[in-house]
Design a protein around this ligand. Structure first.
Ligand code: K7E
Ligand code: CUA
Length: 656
């Protein structure tokens, strides 16, 4: 079959025309793609066989993280992180609600963009997954033995944590940043047009405990009031550095689509995090007031606990020389990506006509030679010519994000012209291009952000599917496309709808995780304060208006199953312990009139749902998960009497 390649002749003059043609005529025709006759074979994973890779796709505005197999494109799981989830009861159960606490109260929704696997020597080690919350700035940690969210940390003095969560070489730090500059003092009430005077940027360095994974807000760096868009850690020779893109160096605060697009260049920020850390340890950072929540599942009880912090360490570049530099970069760059050798720093100038490539070694030389254009708030601006080593011509319209195959090539997603361009890291020339369907955001290559990529698969995360699938109304799911990149040319293999809006993704060879995954929670190790491990211990206790039901679940019975003496106005806590010890034997619990979700209880686990009965009557409860042939019989009744009733509190275990 002949591969047909769209040839783009691009100039800035064509920008408008390109936009119009994409809008009016849709994107390039699908027939162009029918050139991979054996594509089905290459993605086929036979029934009962396993995929080669786990892929983790962020949920975007769903606030969640979905888990898929590659190359099949099969979805395995949707992990709730920053949003309540009625499927599992996450964010509804008492054990998980604290994970959604912030200094703004209980925030049961967020927008998560960038998942990041924990790293050892810059390679994914399969221990944890981190992901950001963009809106009410947070980061979360997911344990990859249970695939559950176990920790969330709020970022103080931050407006939109978008450049997150990227990890340094050995996950010493997870980085974050303010996307929208705001006054560093969050409660500061000032006119918006005092932007330049009162608004600030900040970069966050979140420490990660190497043993436990526990996060802490180690320090922040005070920055000029630009917008900090994306980040990446260096690797190899640049491993002590992290990089962030900026836009709106114009310091606009209104009509940003025009006013933040005036300058030809904005900056990539280069921060020597090792040096910053030393400055902080030397005491050069100031302790400033801040309010933020740190929420973590207690390993012992499995109940999440919130802690509130009231200060943070702030480093001002004026007090910390030689640690941070600006690299001028065209134009309103979005992505910043570091090649596998750690030498090339690639900007994704979304309004630029080229893909700018900086050299890390030239950056160090420029610093040695004081090749500075100016100094802003203690931050030297390096001369553009001193760090740039390549400008990739004809990259298409709107380059965003770049990953690498470890074989001398980079692949850049191009949003407006809906394509992926492959270019050489030697000649900085485009060598291949392929259409994406449609309007691609991030792309991800298996290992493509590591020092050692697998030149196997590439996933394009596109923004609109339009005519790609059977229509489902005005709103279609966001699609992903899988490409084979093992050969000289990119080939599309698969096109599938996803969950939410995946902005970015991570992959790891399945072998690295598979055997560590838990099949049950060990009932003996269940130290939940309200667990009952034997049916004989099931009971109901009243303390004033608070009633606690200590209930066991096992195929096919709840114990107790009949409860009387509950009163209108009570607060009833159902503490449900699944005493099964078989893989995947879950039970659910729901009671009529409960204005919450059901809860799903994994084997060996205890989960609590609180119910406020509003009226008298008989309330059936039942198991929501079809667990056995007698699942339909897995039910019970609660009798609710008036507040002043003298019906005594009684329960039946089925044995009496
Ligand atoms: Cu969608 Cu990384 Cu949030 Cu680019 S981001 S597309
Ligand atoms: Cu337990 Cu159905």
């Amino acid at each position: 079959m002949i591969q047909k390649t769209t040839i783009w002749k691009v100039s800035t003059v064509l920008l408008g025309i390109g936009l119009v043609s994409v809008l009016m005529y849709g994107c390039p025709s699908q027939t162009e793609m029918l050139d991979t006759g054996d594509a089905a074979q290459r993605v086929y994973v036979a029934p009962g066989e396993y995929d080669e890779y786990y892929a983790f796709l962020s949920g975007g505005y769903s606030g969640q993280l979905s888990v898929w197999g590659l190359p099949s494109g099969r979805m395995f799981r949707n992990i709730p992180v920053f949003s309540q989830d009625p499927e599992s009861g996450y964010g509804y159960s008492e054990e998980t609600k604290p994970l959604l606490m912030t200094s703004y109260g209980f925030i049961p929704w967020d927008d998560s963009h960038h998942p990041e696997l924990s790293l050892t020597n810059s390679m994914p080690d399969g221990r944890w997954m981190f992901i950001n919350a963009n809106n009410t700035p947070r980061v979360a940690r997911i344990d990859l033995t249970s695939f559950e969210t176990v920790e969330t940390l709020e970022l103080p003095n931050t407006g939109g944590n978008h450049a997150s969560t990227f990890a340094t070489e050995n996950t010493e730090y997870i980085i974050g940043a303010t996307r929208f500059s705001i006054p560093y003092d969050m409660d500061m009430d000032v006119p918006i047009d005092t932007y330049s005077e009162n608004f600030d940027g900040s970069l966050s360095f979140i420490g990660v405990d190497d043993e436990t994974g526990e996060m802490s807000m180690d320090f922040q760096i005070l920055m000029p009031p630009y917008h900090y868009d994306l980040g990446r850690a260096g690797k190899g020779p640049s491993a002590d550095w992290v990089f962030f893109t900026t836009y709106n160096t114009e310091e606009a605060h209104t009509l940003l689509e025009i006013n933040a697009s005036e300058f030809d260049k904005d900056y990539i920020v280069a921060v020597n995090w090792k040096m910053a850390e030393e400055y902080v340890r030397e005491g050069r950072a100031e302790t400033v007031p801040a309010e933020y929540y740190h929420n973590m599942k207690d390993e012992n009880t499995s109940v999440a606990v919130s802690n509130v912090h009231d200060e943070v360490l702030l480093l001002d570049p004026r007090d910390a020389p030689d640690m941070i530099y600006f690299l001028p970069t065209p134009k309103s760059p979005h992505g910043v990506d570091i090649d596998p050798t750690g030498e090339y720093i690639v900007g994704g100038g979304k309004l630029a006509t080229v893909i700018p490539v900086h050299s890390f070694s030239r950056m160090l030389d420029a610093i040695d030679n004081d090749a500075f254009e100016e100094i802003i708030n203690g931050i030297p601006v390096l001369e553009y010519e001193s760090t740039i080593v390549g400008e990739v011509e004809n990259p298409g319209l709107g380059p965003l994000h770049t990953e690498f195959d470890g074989d001398g090539h980079a692949y850049t997603s191009v949003y407006i012209s809906s394509e992926i361009v492959k270019w050489s890291l030697e000649t900085f020339e485009v060598v291949d291009r392929i259409d994406s369907y449609y309007s691609i955001g991030h792309l991800m290559i298996t290992g493509g952000d590591t020092p050692n990529p697998d030149k196997r698969y590439m996933l394009g995360l596109t923004k609109t599917s339009r005519d790609r699938f059977l229509p489902t109304g005005p709103k279609q799911l966001h699609p992903a496309q899988l490409y084979d990149i093992s050969g000289d040319r990119m080939e599309m293999l698969l096109d599938f709808p996803t969950i939410g809006e995946p902005h970015y993704a991570q992959t790891i060879p399945a072998d690295q995780i598979r055997d560590n995954v838990k099949q049950i929670y060990d009932l003996d190790a269940n130290n939940h304060p309200h667990a009952v491990k034997r049916t004989a211990d099931a009971r109901v206790e009243r303390d004033g208006d608070v009633v606690r039901v200590y209930m066991t679940n096992i195929r096919s019975h709840f114990t107790p199953d009949n409860i009387e003496g509950i009163r209108v106005g009570d607060e009833v806590h159902f503490h449900l312990t699944n005493i099964e010890q078989d893989w995947d034997m879950v039970h659910g619990f729901a009671i009529k009139g409960s204005n919450s979700a059901e809860v799903l209880i994994a084997p060996g686990e205890t989960k609590t749902i609180v119910w406020h009965p509003q009226r008298t009557g008989i309330f059936p409860f039942y198991c929501t998960a079809f667990c056995s042939a007698l699942h339909q019989e897995m039910q019970g009744y609660v009798r609710v009497s008036p507040a002043d009733t003298d019906v005594p509190l009684t329960w039946r275990t089925g044995e009496d």
